[in-house]
Design a binder for this molecule. Structure first.
Ligand SMILES: Cc1ncc(COP(=O)(O)O)c(C=O)c1O
Length: 393
């Protein structure tokens, strides 16, 4: 074989979303795009806020902004972001605590490369974003999933058992992909306490990395606590892919907790890793645009409407799920243990979703509801038909 054995194996492991994407293409070619109900990708269907286009037009006119820049990104951009985080999370951060990155994916890789030694463990509550496994491996780490409760909230006993002397990073994602679950302040405080105890016991620093690209996509007046209040040796990674609907523009950032023990070392290391992974720096034009859009979001009430439409319809058809308080994913149980077989049955009704196994959450499936309302409404008879069929078995 000409490609690496490890990558060949990873291609196999990560193939679910790709398989759904390919299957979607085939079904759309065969039946027409409007006949296929594609819930497979977390690609936001809402346009960016109008303000985005206006700012883009403005910054595009300015001259002298196309050269190399500081590895961490433009100073004025990081100032603006620090100002927003200060106001939003009440944390005393400065521009020097921030590294601009190519999306949250870039930020995760920058952080993991900065902190991992070969064999270090990265623990994450599952179900989770499957790329975590590959990102940990990119930098010599070993990924370990940790079980969550039935409603996908943190299981601290399971986390406590999973942490070993090799654990370097606990990576959490709230609001969560694929479950939409949000972690409470009390559970984050308890996690922080656990990490302090374990760090002391093993005489090292275990980092808490919070991946928060869905932070602003929340419903029902809930609040997302600041991770830095629960644990000082935390790093926040995020992006504007989902909150202002620009995932293709690849813009995000990583932020080191202002009271982190090795704050300066971390930030210097991350500026270097940003460069040597090959990104060099985050996209210049987008840095200047998002600097002017801190706090802006798409209209979140539209995602709430889609969530309610989907949940009401599926509940009526007998699906069992936890209503997601955030993000734009629903993760129902499959009525049979074989989630792949259930997803295939939905495909026969031209409904594309992803098996939970693709997120280390077997016995479930993920519906990305960042789609037109019409897609949700028209898919309901198909969802009902398949549930009825399996209920009768
Ligand atoms: C949980 C999670 N983390 C990170 C990412 C990557 O985000 P970005 O497109 O900003 O790199 C995604 C994208 O879907 C995600 O769902």
């Amino acid at each position: 074989m000409t490609i690496s054995k490890k990558i060949a194996e990873f291609m196999n492991r990560s193939s679910w979303i790709r398989k759904m994407f390919e299957e979607g293409g085939r079904l759309k070619a065969e039946h027409g795009a409007d006949k296929v109900f594609d819930f497979s990708l977390g690609n936001p269907n809402l346009e960016p806020p109008e303000q985005f286009n206006q700012i883009l037009q403005k910054v595009i006119q300015e001259k002298g902004w196309h050269g190399y820049m500081p590895q961490a990104g433009y100073g004025h951009v990081r100032e603006k972001i620090a100002g927003f985080i200060k106001k939003d999370q009440g944390v005393d951060v400065s521009a020097n605590d921030i590294v601009m990155t190519c999306g949250a994916a870039g930020a995760l890789n920058v952080v993991l490369k900065a902190v991992l030694d070969p064999g270090d463990e990265v623990l994450s509550p599952a179900p989770c974003f499957v790329e975590y496994l590959f990102y940990a491996d990119n930098h010599g780490g070993v990924f370990k999933s940790v079980t969550t409760r039935d409603d996908f909230k943190l299981d601290l006993d399971a986390m406590s058992e999973a942490i070993t002397e090799k654990t370097k990073v606990v990576l959490i994602n709230s609001p969560n992909n694929p479950t939409g679950q949000v972690y409470s302040k009390a559970s984050l405080d308890a996690l922080g306490q656990l990490l302090r105890t374990k760090s002391d016991a093993y005489q090292k620093t275990i980092y808490l990395v919070a991946d928060e690209p869905y932070r602003k996509i929340i419903f029902d007046d809930i609040e997302i606590p600041s991770i830095f209040d629960s644990y000082t040796d935390s790093l926040l990674v995020t992006s504007h892919s989902k909150d202002i609907s620009i995932p293709g523009e690849r813009i995000g950032f990583a932020l080191v907790g202002p009271e982190a023990k090795y704050r300066k070392d971390l930030i210097n290391a991350m500026a270097l890793t940003n460069r040597i992974i090959g990104f060099v720096n985050a996209p210049a034009l987008m840095q200047r645009v998002v600097a002017e859009m801190q706090g802006a979001t798409v209209d979140i009430s539209q995602y709430k409407r889609k969530r309610d439409l989907l949940c009401d319809g599926l509940r009526e058809s007998g699906y069992d799920f936890t209503t997601p308080p955030g993000a734009f994913y629903l993760f129902p149980k499959t009525p049979i243990p074989d989630d792949v077989a259930f997803v295939k049955a939905l495909q026969e009704e031209l409904i594309l979703v992803v098996p939970g196994s693709g997120f280390m959450g077997p016995g479930h499936f993920r519906i990305a509801f960042c789609v037109d309302d019409d897609t949700i409404v028209k898919a309901m008879p198909g969802f009902k038909k398949v549930m009825t069929k399996f209920s009768q078995i």
